[in-house]
Design a protein around this ligand. Structure first.
Ligand SMILES: Nc1ncnc2c1ncn2[C@@H]1O[C@H](COP(=O)(O)OP(=O)(O)O)[C@@H](O)[C@H]1O
Ligand SMILES: CCCC(=O)OP(=O)(O)O
Length: 354
């Protein structure tokens, strides 16, 4: 079985071609910032990214007709349970509709997968999209009747980490209580109760600040900023989700560079680095209360988990809760490929989005 995997991020599109479980091509297409800034919306980037993928496949000598399926990292639609979904008209429609309210580059994963797969008469899928919602009802209550807390997270990598841990311990995921922190450009801290993600910070707008997002902010200051006349809606969304967090203080979202600055005695960099670790640890502590302290392990994953100082700083504050395990990097490409493979091999049914 040959599967094309498409994972669009804010500055790149990762591409994989898998022959069953083995990656035969893994490439990252980097998109020039000025090139992307020509598009007003994520949806407008569809053709630009699709043709970049098709060019790359041609260069690598991959004919589309060889493919058995295409799977993309899926974007924001209505809250749905975890799993692999066939991309159908209803899903395509909602990817476009929801994008008007809240954008995420992974929306292009489903849309591009659908266009490529349709052209060759093969199925397209998404798996564990960012809007996976397994919240317990209590987690939805925000404190204001008009606003519901939303589950928005790195579901693919969080669940891949859960499965990886279960396999390493010889346990069934349905028996596991874990806290998983995905530390990337955005940050997810998830409470997993018996294999279900029952609460998360919301990687776009809550919890700890991240390399480029603010996380939770004092609400009255946000209201005052919004009505100051200095910012448009899109200015604020950009500031909060792309130019917030570490970037807002230090002008970079590159944590390796921040750590270099700390080593060179930069006091502001040290303060911001410490505060990010402090906020992540605080969120992990909060999720421990969700699980009433019954936590088997705290898993730290994502690009930032490559850094030992980060792991140590967080561990100092949370090791009293449970053991800390680090899985540096992310496993999204293989998680997507394996999800498609399970469906193609009829080990699992694809879910139908309605
Ligand atoms: N070796 C490293 N040490 C510290 N930070 C790193 C390292 N490698 C990558 N990062 C950071 O990880 C973040 C990206 O994480 P990643 O999980 O790849 O991305 P995303 O979740 O944004 O797709 C960036 O802020 C980057 O600076
Ligand atoms: C929107 C939740 C998932 C997320 O933040 O993904 P990225 O870090 O890849 O933008």
């Amino acid at each position: 079985m040959k599967i094309l995997v498409i994972n669009p991020g804010s500055t790149s599109t990762k591409i994989g071609v898998f022959e069953d479980k083995s990656p035969i091509i893994e490439e990252t297409i980097r998109h020039d910032k000025t090139e992307l800034s020509k598009f007003n919306t994520v949806i407008e980037q569809l053709d630009y990214r699709k043709f970049a993928i098709l060019d790359l496949l041609e260069q690598k000598g991959v004919s589309l007709n060889e493919l058995d399926a295409v799977i993309g990292r899926g974007g924001i639609v209505k809250p749905i349970e975890a799993g692999t979904y066939i991309v159908n008209e209803a899903l395509i429609n909602d990817l476009k509709v929801y994008s008007k309210e809240q954008e995420h580059p992974s929306t292009l994963g489903g849309l591009i997968a659908y266009e490529i797969a349709n052209a060759i008469g093969k199925p397209a899928f998404i798996a564990d999209p960012v809007c996976v919602d397994e919240f317990e009802e209590i987690a939805r209550i925000s404190g204001l009747k008009e606003i519901r807390r939303k589950s928005l997270l790195h579901a693919l990598n969080v669940r891949a980490s859960m499965y990886k841990y279960a396999e390493s311990e010889g346990k069934n995921v349905n028996d596991l209580n874990l806290i998983v922190a995905h530390l990337g450009g955005g940050i997810t801290v998830a409470a997993i109760k018996k294999g279900r993600i029952v609460d998360v910070n919301n990687a776009n707008e809550g919890g700890p600040f991240s390399p480029e997002r603010t996380g939770s902010l004092p609400s009255i200051d946000v209201v005052n900023m919004s009505y100051s006349g200095k910012y448009t809606r899109s200015d604020l969304l950009r500031l909060f989700t792309k130019e917030g967090g570490v970037y807002s203080y230090l002008g970079t979202n590159n944590i390796k560079e921040v750590i270099e600055r700390v080593k060179n005695g930069d006091k502001v960099a040290k303060e911001v680095f410490d505060a990010m670790c402090y906020q992540i640890a605080k969120e992990i502590g909060g999720m421990a209360t969700v699980l009433k302290g019954d936590v088997e392990a705290i898993i730290i994953t994502g690009g930032i988990a490559y850094n030992e100082e980060v792991i140590q700083e967080i561990t100092k504050r949370v090791s009293f809760i449970a053991k800390v395990v680090s899985y540096p990097g992310e496993f999204e490409m293989e998680a997507l490929a394996f999800a498609a493979l399970r469906v193609l091999k009829r080990e699992e049914d694809a879910k139908i989005y309605t």
